[in-house]
Design a protein around this ligand. Structure first.
Ligand code: C2E
Ligand code: MG
Ligand code: MG
Length: 634
């Protein structure tokens, strides 16, 4: 017989073996009866067969062990929690991760075990727990939920967990708690992150140029296609600008690839620095860079960009104690006029770049030839004109004026020319209006005056006595308040006699504001300089108006001279001008005389002087001096 319980010395559960060999559990309870002295008299008791009860108890214990073993077999922590936050069940993983272990006396609360807290976490104002209590949410919705939480583990390390909560119901369907499983996803997240990094590195290798980290050809073509469709939608032009560094191969060969690479990095940086945010700069192989313009108002504006890109090479590059001067050639193609697909546009820009190289290094060229000139006239002229003065690109040409009485040279007209490094000789008809518009005519006009006066003085000193030198004055110059001071200053500075100078002012300029004009003309006369009315005959001025003007000469406009020998109307006008001049006591000169018959015709009318290609085209000073020497002066 085995005592299974010794709690009550008067009760005992034990097994008995029956006669047939069956084993039964019995519960015996006995009470000892004693006499007055305390000696045992008898025992009173019952014997109960508790075999069934014992078996049921054992079964329940086995089920509990089975359940515990089952959840212990789950490697992620699992906890069963009731509505009062009591942890009813934990597997060994949950126990191992718990901040606190349960004792026999009291049930652990989920926040004690899970977070080492003494209050439910949603009652704390801690940003770590700034989510609603998932337990409460599950109790409210009755549905499972998942959250992630980054928390310090029991060793203090920050880890990220994915927690899932499922409702636990009684047989009757009533919610009695939640089953919480948590999974440490820190390592998985780390792996995902490193996978992402690897992917982006791979992408970099595929789409970026490894040296400069600029987009490579593949990405460029992609962007160009996108750019084309955006441009198409928004209806503005797009330009592809192809930049090739001149003679880069030589640099690579003479200095080595390392310096070559360093240089390319510097070039990339400078180019990028000249561009706008919405322009794309890519590097193709070697020394080729290509730009896709962002928003462009007009196709010609891409020339401003090309010029800026070229300018970015003006300063030398400093690499490994070397100062290297680079130049580049730039080709531009325009969408949609040069091509509607990306390949065509790129090919055209490349062709244009080779054309630019052919034209001479450090220049740009549009694929469409005319565009280069148009761009110059429409957008580049202004920027270049500002530099024209400073960079000494302006010249004065001289054209002789001849007396029809004796055929001798009695003067010259100074005519402005712009020797542009890319565009060649630019006509004043093209840039004077722009200079007027921008106000640049004032410093330019001053330069003309100074140069002409200096030249006149130099000729005089050299024994070439010109009657007078005509200088054209623009409207803005004529209206400038300080014109008289400027002229006085320049005459003094150049030591040029005022009588030698004659200003040409167009008829329309004088008539525009005649009262002020008269005052200005009076002042000029007081200075001693002559004034002639240029392009006369086009401004409809009357004899009465002219009478009041302090002028010295009338210059018959070229349009009346051109057909003067054949056209009766022109002849009549020319004759009227000559007659008017005579009546007013003014000298009259005809400009644009190209033929002998024109000259004779004018001569017969009594025109005193002529100027034109028949004698000499406008020429530089030295050539003019030679002409004078050969022709002889009056
Ligand atoms: P303009 O003052 O009427 O000058 C005469 C123009 O006729 C010059 O043109 C001259 O080259 C041209 N010419 C002379 N002889 C002949 C000829 O026989 N046949 C033809 N077809 N043309 C002839 P250019 O030099 O191109 O100057 C054009 C205009 O630019 C000038 O007209 C003048 O208004 C302006 N300009 C020139 N230089 C200056 C300057 O220094 N200052 C200002 N404000 N304007 C200037
Ligand atoms: Mg003139
Ligand atoms: Mg004229």
């Amino acid at each position: 017989m085995r005592h299974s319980k010794a709690m009550n010395p008067t009760s005992i559960d034990h097994r008995i073996v029956l006669g047939d060999g069956n084993v039964r559990w019995v519960h015996e309870e006995a009470e000892l009866k004693r006499d007055e002295e305390g000696y045992p008299l008898k025992m009173l008791g019952v014997v109960l067969d508790i075999t069934n009860l014992k078996e049921a108890e054992e079964k329940a214990e086995q089920q509990r062990i089975f359940l515990q073993n089952t959840i212990d077999g789950i490697t992620d922590p699992v906890r069963v929690i009731d509505r009062e936050y009591n942890v009813l069940l934990m597997n060994s993983a949950a126990k191992a991760a718990a901040f606190k272990q349960a004792d026999d006396k009291q049930c652990l609360k989920c926040y004690q075990a899970g977070h080492g807290l003494e209050r439910p976490c949603d009652e704390l104002e801690d940003p770590l727990y700034d989510h609603p209590c998932p337990m409460k949410t599950v109790f409210f919705t009755g549905k499972p939920m998942v959250i992630t939480e980054t928390l310090a583990d029991s060793s203090g390390k920050m880890r990220t967990y994915e927690l899932s909560f499922s409702p636990l119901r009684t047989l009757g369907g009533e919610l009695q708690g939640v089953i919480e499983t948590s999974r440490d996803i820190t390592d998985r997240l780390g792996m995902e992150q490193s996978l992402l990094e690897k992917e982006s590195h791979l992408e970099q290798l595929t789409y970026l140029d490894q040296l400069t980290q600029l987009p490579n050809r593949l990405l460029f073509m992609d962007r160009l296609r996108l750019g084309i469709s955006a441009t198409h939608r928004e209806n503005h032009p797009l330009a592809v600008v192809y930049i090739d560094i001149d003679r880069f191969k030589q640099i690579n060969e003479s200095f080595g690839h390392e310096i070559g690479d360093q240089l390319l990095l510097d070039v990339a940086k400078r180019l990028r620095g000249t561009l706008r945010e919405d322009d794309t700069l890519a590097r193709f192989s070697g020394d080729e860079f290509v730009v896709i313009t962002g928003y462009l108002k007009q196709p010609e504006h891409s020339a401003v960009l090309a010029q800026k890109l070229l300018r970015s090479f003006d300063q030398p590059f400093e690499v490994a104690q070397h100062q290297l001067y680079l130049t580049a050639s730039v080709g531009i193609s325009i969408y949609p006029q040069d091509g509607t697909d990306a390949d065509d546009l790129l090919r055209d820009a490349n062709t244009a770049m080779f054309q630019a190289k052919g034209e001479g290094i450090n220049s740009f060229q549009f694929y469409e030839d005319d565009m280069t000139a148009q761009a110059f006239e429409h957008v580049l002229m202004e920027t270049s004109l500002r530099g024209a003065l400073d960079e000494g690109q302006l010249r004065l040409y001289y054209q002789p004026q001849i007396s029809l009485e004796n055929g001798k040279i009695i003067g010259a007209e100074a005519l402005l020319r712009w020797e542009h490094p890319d565009m060649g000789l630019v006509s004043p008809a093209k840039f004077i209006p722009l200079a007027e518009e921008t106000g640049l005519i004032l410093p330019i006009g001053e330069w003309v005056m100074r140069t002409a006066c200096r030249q006149l003085k130099a000729w005089q000193d050299a024994g070439i006595e010109l009657g007078c030198l005509a200088i054209n004055l623009s409207a803005k110059q004529f209206r400038a308040l300080n014109l008289v001071e400027t002229v006085t200053g320049i005459l003094q500075e150049t030591d040029c006699p005022a009588q030698g100078v004659e200003f040409e002012i167009t008829e329309s300029q004088i008539m525009e504001n005649s009262q002020r004009s008269i005052q200005m003309l009076d002042k000029l006369r007081d200075l001693g300089v002559g004034v002639s009315i240029d392009d006369f005959g086009t401004g409809y001025s009357s004899m009465g108006q002219l009478k009041s003007l302090p002028i010295t000469k009338l210059k018959i406009d070229r349009v009346f001279v051109r057909d003067v020998a054949e056209n009766a109307d022109d002849q009549a006008i020319a004759e009227a001008i000559v007659a008017m001049a005579k009546a007013l006591g003014l000298v009259v000169i005809a400009e644009g005389v190209e033929t002998e018959s024109q000259k004779q015709c004018l001569q017969q009318m009594g025109c005193q002087q002529v100027q034109g290609f028949l004698y000499l085209r406008p020429v530089p000073a030295e050539e003019f001096a030679r002409y004078v020497e050969e022709a002889g002066l009056a």
